[in-house]
Design a protein around this ligand. Structure first.
Ligand code: ADP
Length: 502
């Protein structure tokens, strides 16, 4: 099968969050299982060019359109490891992809609408006809209507389109004019059945366009698939999703087991011994590697070396991630005599201040280390050094940090929502078989919920070390690699292709 992903992030060259991890892991595993896979991305100036191989010009002058204007673009081909990628460099006078960032510009709608149109122009003009065009979130969702309303009528025939919703919260609300710049008739799309935004009736909604027009939709966990069809989780798009429920699936994300592999991870001070399948004799070596990583991290954070658990949170500090609950987790950890490291990025200044206040005033402040950056290397080291990772999200489509934590022998403490509920099974309260239980969870997103889960984890760590080791062992043994999810994607791709042809 020939699968083309069109996306705005790709680990490790342009990663903002989990979307980059997922596009990379999924594409690599699809390609490993024998499919022809490529990823089309904007050629951002902030790409990590050191990770690209064989970068060369494939198409020097590709004309694309914005409204009535024509702009030139250069298409580059390259490889990230063995994965083939295409980069669209635009010579648009607004320098859409030379802003030093992936997202966060006031004209993000314009930037990604232009990228979507140009990616389609490239496929159309180069004669490429993928079996599946796989789109990711609102920035590339417009490709589904572009294909159906513009390129298919021009005679372009592909197998079908699939949209993955990584996070329904971000939808790409924009004006009719914005969409008209892509060449589509924005006025005709302004209906409740098509792209009209559920809240701002005069506006269009790019993600909704993808939901309505794509041949298949996936989201990144079965629980999130259920949640987004309800008023509580649907962010206004629940009735559109209910209408299109026949083409919606929840397929859990995996983690890329090469990139997140503590046996070879270059960022660890002490790598773990080979441990799959885990045997009892390996566990002490893993725990001793964890101790070495922890000692290094403590030194770096100017924390005392002592026998107390290290709790971490590695997250964007968006409202979704429960910064208030992370604050409660910090306070409780300090009260319990533990140590806490927060690696938090992309928060606002009030959020940062609320954490700094604890650091400035708490009597146990030496046991707290705050790092408000996006630091890939430090994140890897923390996954290996920590005893517990807290993920108290208000909602979480899938979540990757709990999965990475498990692989690095770090016990997850999570709020039971979305993908967190599908992957973390409470050692004491879950209905899952005992040997599948791998962490702690709580239901209600409040301080009491956090305290309840954290206190139980601390009690086990302190009073029942053998039980704790068993929990770590069961976590490491849980296999959340992509290989279990790939067959589900392949099956769905095949269904889409056969429906389209039929
Ligand atoms: P989301 O995509 O909503 O941010 P996920 O849990 O799906 O959340 O994925 C987060 C990814 O980003 C993980 O790979 C995690 O390690 C990484 N990450 C999050 N915050 C940081 C940070 N401050 N520094 C480095 N990596 C981070």
């Amino acid at each position: 099968m020939y699968i083309t992903h069109i996306a705005t992030e790709l680990n490790p060259i342009a990663k903002v969050g989990g979307l980059g991890d997922v596009v990379y892991g999924l594409s690599k595993e699809l390609s490993r299982s024998g499919h022809q896979v490529e990823v089309i991305l904007p050629k951002y100036d902030c790409i990590d060019y050191s990770q690209l191989h064989n970068l060369k010009v494939e198409f020097r002058e590709l004309i694309s359109f914005e409204g009535f204007n024509r702009f030139n673009n250069t298409i580059w081909s390259a490889e990230v490891e063995n994965l083939k990628i295409k980069l669209i460099e635009t010579h648009h006078p607004r320098y859409y992809f030379t802003r030093g960032v992936v997202y966060g510009c006031p004209d993000d709608n314009d930037r990604f609408i232009y990228f979507s149109r140009t990616a389609m122009e490239y496929l159309y003009k180069s004669g490429k006809r993928p079996d599946i065009l796989h789109l990711h979130d609102w920035p590339t969702a417009l490709i589904a209507p572009l294909y159906k309303e513009m390129y298919a009528p021009l005679g372009m025939k592909i197998g079908g389109t699939l949209l993955t919703i990584h996070n329904l919260e971000h939808q790409g609300r924009c004006s009719v004019f914005n969409v008209e710049e892509s060449g589509l008739s924005g006025r005709q799309l302004l209906t409740p059945e098509k792209m009209q935004d559920p809240y701002r009736k005069e506006d269009l909604n790019l993600l909704k366009g993808g939901i309505v027009y794509a041949d298949g939709i996936t989201t990144v966990s079965p629980s999130y698939e259920r949640e987004i069809k309800t008023a509580a989780g649907g962010c206004g798009l629940q009735s559109t999703l209910q209408t299109h429920v026949g083409k919606l699936r929840g397929i859990l994300n995996g983690i890329d087991e090469d990139f997140w592999n503590p046996e070879i991870d270059p960022h660890l001070i002490k790598k773990y011994p080979p441990h799959r399948p885990l045997s009892k004799k390996n566990l002490p070596k893993i725990l001793s590697a964890k101790l070495e990583n922890k000692a290094h991290v403590r030194k770096h954070a100017c924390m005392r070396e002592c026998s107390t658990p290290l709790v971490v949170s590695i997250t964007r500090l968006a409202t979704q991630k429960g910064p208030e609950l992370i604050r409660h987790a910090i306070l409780r950890t300090l009260e319990n005599g533990g140590q806490f490291i927060l690696l938090g990025s992309a928060g606002d200044s009030d959020t940062y201040k609320s954490f700094e206040k604890i650091k400035d005033t708490h009597p146990q402040r030496d046991n707290l280390f705050l790092c408000f950056e996006k630091d890939e290397a430090f994140a890897h080291l923390l996954f290996a050094a920590a005893d517990m990772i807290i993920v108290p999200s208000l909602f979480e489509p899938c979540g990757l940090t709990q999965l990475i934590g498990l692989r690095y022998g770090t016990v997850p403490i999570v709020r039971k929502t979305g993908g967190l509920a599908d992957t973390v099974f409470d050692i004491e309260t879950a209905t899952a078989p005992l040997k599948e239980r791998n962490g702690y969870s709580f239901d209600f997103p409040d301080a009491q919920g956090v305290y309840w889960a954290l206190d139980r984890a601390f009690a086990c760590w302190r009073d029942r070390p053998e039980e704790w080791k068993k929990l770590v062992e069961q976590g490491i043994d849980t296999d959340f690699s992509w290989k279990h999810q790939i067959p589900k994607y392949i099956e769905f791709y095949r269904e889409i292709i056969s429906t389209e042809l039929g």
